[in-house]
Design a protein around this ligand. Structure first.
Ligand code: FES
Length: 106
């Protein structure tokens, strides 16, 4: 059961528990930290997060749809090398302790 450490827009820390196999977006949405309006289809950009402390390297490559969505987000918010769409990351036990910041909401 992976634990997720989240810093919201106010810098407040949230420690969430998740189920292995869930998308990272799901516990963030359930805690009210992201809207996830597209339900995980990589088409709304509201689950954009910045991964901390080298976690970006542990989460694999962007999916094709995610790459397009992040390109589109660049006009609205900062997109950097720590950016991911949380709906495109499947939680595994190796992601226990993953730490992230919620990106500015669009
Ligand atoms: S939930 Fe819409 S892009 Fe991730």
């Amino acid at each position: 059961m992976p634990t997720i450490l989240v810093f919201d827009q106010d810098g407040t820390e949230h420690k969430l528990s998740a189920q292995t196999g869930d998308a990272l977006m799901e516990p963030l949405r359930d805690a009210g930290l992201v809207q996830a309006t597209c339900g995980g289809a990589a088409s709304c950009g509201t689950c954009h997060v910045y991964l901390r402390d080298g976690w970006r390297a542990n989460t694999g490559e962007y999916t094709e749809d995610e790459g397009y969505m992040l390109e589109g987000l660049e006009e609205l918010v900062e997109v950097n090398d720590k950016s991911r769409l949380a709906c495109q990351i499947n939680l595994t036990d190796s992601l226990d302790g993953i730490t992230l910041d919620i990106a500015p909401q669009i």
